[in-house]
Design a protein around this ligand. Structure first.
Ligand code: IFM
Length: 457
């Protein structure tokens, strides 16, 4: 077996396949109070004792607002053609309604131009969780009025940047916002109420559909879509009880989003399970939610294993895991993509996140993260398996370019292929970054050779 886990993989992707790296605003930007930015719900949440494992916050993070040129240089230096980032809503509209902040919009204007100057296609996410606190104070995603506020925000960002974007994503992982933010309370805004969480699901999806309609009416040329976190749900045992648990978990994780977005209705079994906690839906909402997308983003990290007997994930015992405790299960990505293609009328799929946290150490200017390199190569191979079976996958974006603020885990969990020393803000590409770069060089070389052959033929 070859020592290079990427060996041979470069030959399995078409020339137009998009390779990228991903980040999000709150996790890297810092500059929490600079240049007119308003507070976000994550700024507030981090200040509440006991919410973040290491007691940290996003005030400085990777200081990306001041170091964005270096960061884009690092991304371009990898040889990727795409950069996925998010806009901080409170940086461009501090209260989430009313006045926009010229300095905030100007920052993203420079950032997008900086990507284009380096040959990076900009892929923008509007909502990667950092809602303006002032909007939360008016009810946040639980309030129907927020739907229209989001559409206004989307239109303003599009008016300023839309002419240069490859894609615009409305929401990143609505399941996380609803379930971790509003049912378990582990994430901002820290609410614990199932009925509220379900109303949040509905408002997120409705705002997505209405934003797509508004952006199209405004003449958008960027591809428009949403990003879902998805996993196959397996059963711990062959028992009927575990099968029922898996069906429900799949309903709550995947079908609650896929069905309304792609089929125009919520899954009846999940609505029945929710009973009085099911979302309140107004006439016409489902039609708006099912507004056709140009692409759908898929974030994949692990599989889930459902058990009627145990609340924890029994598959992890004795199996390889990352530093998050998530099982390493690359074949689950192929399984997921095949399932989406088979069961839903999906638009082209983009892997918008995939990656792993490991307990990296910087020694002598080097991070030897062979486990991450293996993880990435195994998942890239899983994507190739799906492509070869006919699934329309348009690209793969690695999470993440940089070590960053990993939400309730703080800075202790490192997902970057570039190491960040938070004391000095020094960036050091890890071995995984060098391996990804070498792989992308082989991809590029192969396509150049193919093009030359075709021209000579
Ligand atoms: O860091 C997050 C990201 O913000 C959303 N998707 C999962 C990643 C790893 O937990």
């Amino acid at each position: 077996m070859s020592a290079d886990p990427f060996a041979g993989l470069h030959a399995r992707f078409p020339a137009d396949f998009v390779w990228g790296v991903a980040t999000s605003a709150f996790q890297i930007e810092g500059a929490a109070t600079e240049d007119g930015k308003g507070p976000s719900i994550w700024d507030t949440f981090c200040r509440q004792p006991g919410t973040i494992a290491d007691g940290s916050h996003g005030d400085v993070a990777c200081d990306h607002v001041n170091r964005w040129e270096e960061d884009l240089d690092l991304a371009a230096g990898l040889g990727v053609g795409a950069y996925r980032f998010s806009v901080s809503w409170p940086r461009v509209q501090p209260a989430g309604h009313g006045a926009f902040n010229a300095a905030g919009l100007a920052f993203y204007d420079r950032l997008v131009d900086g990507m284009l100057a380096r040959g990076l296609q900009p892929h923008l996410t509007l909502n990667h969780w950092d809602m303006p606190q002032a909007l939360q104070d008016r009810g946040g995603w639980a309030a129907r009025d927020t739907v229209q506020r989001f559409v206004d925000y989307a239109r303003a960002v599009h008016a300023r940047l839309g002419d240069r974007l490859a894609s615009m994503t409305t929401h990143n992982e609505p399941w996380v916002i609803a379930m971790l933010g509003h049912e378990s309370g582990h994430f901002a805004p820290g609410i614990r109420h199932r009925g509220t969480a379900m109303q949040v699901v509905h408002h997120l999806l409705l705002s997505h559909g209405l934003a797509l309609q508004a952006l199209r009416a405004d003449g958008s040329r960027a591809g428009l879509g949403i990003v879902l976190n998805l996993s196959p749900v397996h059963t711990a045992t062959a028992s009927a009880a575990d099968a029922a648990a898996a069906r429900l978990e799949d309903g709550r994780l995947a079908r609650m989003y896929l069905d309304p977005l792609l089929r125009g209705h919520y899954p009846p079994d999940v609505l029945e399970y929710l009973g009085a906690d099911a979302p309140r839906i107004e006439s016409g909402d489902l039609r708006h939610i099912a507004t056709p997308m140009d692409f759908m983003g898929v974030n994949y990290y692990t599989r889930n294993v459902a058990s009627s007997a145990s609340p924890w994930n029994p598959a992890a015992a004795g199996r390889p895991i990352t530093d998050m405790g998530w099982e390493i299960y690359p074949q689950g990505l192929t399984e997921l993509l095949l399932r989406l293609h088979r069961e839903y009328p999906v638009p082209p799929l983009l892997i918008t996140e995939n990656g792993a946290a490991f307990a990296d150490e910087l020694r002598g200017g080097r991070v030897e993260d062979a486990a991450r390199t293996r993880f990435i190569a195994q998942h890239v191979s899983a994507v190739a398996d799906a492509l070869e079976q006919g699934v329309p996958v348009a690209g793969y974006m690695l999470w993440s370019l940089l070590d960053n603020f990993e939400w309730a885990s703080g800075y202790a969990k490192r997902f970057g292929i570039v190491h960040v020393d938070y004391a000095t803000q020094r960036r050091t590409p890890k071995d995984s970054a060098l391996a990804y770069r070498a792989f992308l060089q082989r991809v590029a070389r192969r396509h150049t050779e193919e093009a030359a052959e075709a021209a000579g033929a």
